[in-house]
Design a protein around this ligand. Sequence first.
Ligand code: SF4
Length: 382
Amino acid sequence: MRISYSQFAAYRRCPHLYRLQYVDKIVVPVGPELHFGAAVHDALNRMYDPRQLERPELEAVVEAFVRSWRGREAQVPEPKRQAYFEQGVQLIQSHYAKYSEANEDRRTAATELRFSIALPGDHKLHGRIDRVDVLPEKKLEVIDYKTSRRMPPQEIVERDAQLAIYRMAADTLYPGFDVATTLLFLLHDHQMRTVQSTEFLEETRGDILDTVARIELEEFEPDPGPHCDWCAFRSHCDLFRAPVEPEDLEIDIASAMSEYVEASAAEKQARKRKEAAQHLIHDYLDQSQAERVESSGYVAQRRTQKRVRQWDAALVRELLEPIGKWEEVTQVNAAAVKRLLSDPSLSRAMRRDLEAAAEYTDTKMLRVRPLADDEDIEEKGE
Ligand code: SF4
């Protein structure tokens, strides 16, 4: 399978979104900011194109922006069109004014660099890098242009999968160079640079392979969340499909929904009343130094239940390893050790020692039932 960062990111955001975009290949209109970004990228490619013998004039770079924008502006709503255009021209002018001078310490090796690198299992990771600059001492800087206003915090950039993928590509295409990756936020002329750790690169590679495996298994379940609010595929999404009511449908959905809301509110109210009454009964029993009270035909009785708060992992291991039972408790948690405690092959002494390796919390359980019959009506721990 060939996978790009965009595909990887789409799947991680929502597998169903991936299916709509890359399997069903539904085409949706893109927002004006993407057209703006594409036109700015075209202009900067013209400015930094390494095949040119010298830097082009400002007019040529602005002209590249204007040409690209004119080809796209029809898809941008009228009220925003002029504002985007003017912002683009201004951005190119100020970027050119700051960076057009030749810099002895920096030479652009590639723009719009396409790559396709091998992943384990005959898969390919492909994409395109905006710009690669060569610096002294065999250093390389991979630059990704951003035209968004919002800038992420540095911690997010350090764990940016797109930059990690570019780093993997640059390491493969330019072996022997020290590679740094940079997000260049053009509207703010701000650079955020990072050098990924080997562990993070491995982690990203693992995430990509895991994503590929899930795509091959056709796992495309929707993963709804706040991102649905700005999902461009929402009108095609199974979760947001409008109901198609059959003609003979007799369900009054409006009243069913209001009934549900009202019942939930009443349930919440009842839970609060129950908790308040429960506190009062506990208080009564505490202050009366009793564990049981009979009144108005009801009896309230409580008992103390011992619960494990946490196990002493080192001690549990010390006890279980010599008898070959440690592997059965891959994690020292209550469920795993409890399971082991019911193992009939465990000696009584070992069971006792194991139980002693836990810290306990006492939970008071309250039971309220009618005095006449023995039927429970409520049970609650505190
Ligand atoms: S609307 Fe939400 S659940 Fe549906 S495809 Fe988009 S992100 Fe996924």
